[in-house]
Design a binder for this molecule. Sequence first.
Ligand code: GLV
Ligand code: MN
Ligand code: MN
Length: 418
Amino acid sequence: MSAPAAIPNLQIEPQRLWDSLMATAKIGATAKGGIKRLTLSDEDKRVRDWFRSQCEALGCTLGVDEVGNMFATRAGRLDLPPICIGSHLDTQPTGGKFDGVLGVLGGLELLRTLHASEYQTNAPIMLVNWTNEEGSRFSPAMLASGVFAGVFTPDYAFTREDRDGHSFGDELKRIGYRGDEKPGARQIGAMFELHIEQGPILEAEGKMIGIVTGVQGIRWFEVTVAGQDAHTGATPMRLRKNALLGAARMIDAVDEIALAHAPDAVGTVGLIENHPNSRNVVPGEVFFCVDFRHPEDPVLDAMEDEFRAALRGVLEPLKLTFEEKRIWNSPAVKFAPELIECVEAGARKCGYRSRKMVSGAGHDAAYIARVAPTTMIFVPCAGGRSHNELESTSFDECGAGAQVLLEAVLEYDKRFAG
Ligand code: GLV
Ligand code: MN
Ligand code: MN
């Protein structure tokens, strides 16, 4: 069979993509129009089953690895490591309809377009649904792409527990998605991940496409503050060991540390558990999680030092003790220039206004970049809102992202012609 000589004028079908986005949004739909589809929940199983059947209907072969990553492969003309596309189908507890889902369903639309036109690429194309990108139910985020890339061992993943004590390994088996393939055993030739921006820049500048040059560094910490349960009426203020007061001052300190490294640093306490959480008990124990991000790792080193100093400086005068652990360090990532050029060429061909940008959010692409040349394509989301049930990306923006994904993949595939 001869090699495709030039990139054909294939067009994705935006309506078909939109219909799939809206159909899967019913799996775990929330009252406010978002999705709650936590990793390895019953809803995650349902969307996985749907994904499997759609890929098989296109004649793709489906593989599942030991940590539940799903790989749907459409054969190419040559037996090469595949060009990988895809993202994640899990969501935050109050997630939107597009975070992750657009990358998987945009990839599915790409496969459907190739299938409908019977177009044969040179390299195989592999669509992936990565397990537990969000890190909301099981920390850290990007867990299974991390296992694939050799950052974490499978055992580390299996033993991660949610806040109710259910393990990742048990839940994976329960929903029937613990596959038999060794994570990382299959090769990836290159990876393009389509995603919504999750920030306000593209919308503010009236640009349709973000050409993503890298992902900022992320560090997560878990802190347990210990004081003493006491009666709220009978315990004088000076005798208290109020763990929640300590945590409140630490939340403020985290904010100050991020502001001190403006404009690029961010710092958040997004999870807090207060014990015993009774209105007439001075809280004796608090657990909270800290998320720091910055595009430069040395700045994150400084923020980490300042955070440790704040723990001592804030908690010790309140007669509180604490345990602190850094549970995740995802260093800043720079994406592959040769793939970035393909995305630029794709956006240009479609006539979309675009700009280069660094991702504020973490993505599976950040780990896959360790084992294969990788980049990402962003499209806008209204008001920059994400990790929010009201997250909104328009019909046209979703279609534009999928079309540029197709163009970029075909542009990259050209190198194998002849
Ligand atoms: C993943 O969604 C992250 O950026 O935390
Ligand atoms: Mn995502
Ligand atoms: Mn997310």
